[in-house]
Design a protein around this ligand. Sequence first.
Ligand SMILES: Nc1ncnc2c1ncn2[C@@H]1O[C@H](COP(=O)(O)OP(=O)(O)O)[C@@H](O)[C@H]1O
Ligand SMILES: [Mg+2]
Length: 295
Amino acid sequence: MDPAGRVSYVVRHRVPAQARSGEAAEAVVSLRGAGVRVGGRTLWSGVDLDVGDGEFTAVLGPNGVGKSTLVKALLGVLPATGEVRVLGEAPGRASHRIGYLPQRRSFDASLRIRGIDIVRLGLDGDRWGLPMPARLSARRRGEQQHIAEVIELVGATAYAHRPIGECSGGEQQRLLIAQALVRRPQLLLLDEPLDSLDLSHQGAVAALIGRICREERVSVVMVAHDVNPILPWLDRVVYIAEGGAVTGRPEDVITTETLSRLYGVPVEVLRTSDGRLVVVGQPEAPAVHSDRHTP
Ligand SMILES: Nc1ncnc2c1ncn2[C@@H]1O[C@H](COP(=O)(O)OP(=O)(O)O)[C@@H](O)[C@H]1O
Ligand SMILES: [Mg+2]
């Protein structure tokens, strides 16, 4: 607990030398002229990006441009060109300080594993990808308390003991965010966490992630198909198009001028009366992998 009696759920791993020296904090994510090639094809290149401590960054762009690939490059599971630093280290070296939520859909309705066990798996080292059943021993008593606190933070206490297959999509997503948080990350990499949620759950889960970013000061890099649910929290965006990307503040990047220049074709950004942004005429990537749309 902090002096105000508030439970601190996410205890961050500070780099003491930086704090003592008073130097400007190192960027949480730093890309200089970064790019990735997969299958002999350059997806994007020439990307410069600095994500500061406690900032919320969105990775935007149409299907198939390489948004998930960017996240994988930050994790070090796909090689990148140019300079990529994550939490001051080469990609893959700081995985224990990163919480990762892969792009996925829902759990099978017949899956009997409880939500709390899914969350606990987040503590079990660097096992990226879909959570899998594991033999769970009664180790480390303090962990139980911490897991309960993180589940409370995401508002999942009421259903954490239900089989995850019986939880709704929004409930499952909260539990998976708890799984990513349980290792007390400094950086959350979230790949389309709002995908497959209905509008009201999108808003609630976006607000949860925004709150974790602001109040717990965990930096967030989040791939999103629709920027609108996260607009209130965004500090910066990476907008990827075929071959290139622009980075900057949302109000500078998500504009008719910038996106038309990025795509090389006229694209229009409209603001609706309720403040939502709509991008009209955004081309799809040429090689779209369409698993999003498969049943
Ligand atoms: N390991 C890989 N090997 C070959 N092609 C890949 C690999 N990973 C992704 N791709 C391809 O790269 C493109 C971008 O993928 P992805 O990053 O998943 O796009 P997005 O997340 O923006 O929809 C797709 O055409 C995909 O098929
Ligand atoms: Mg993707």
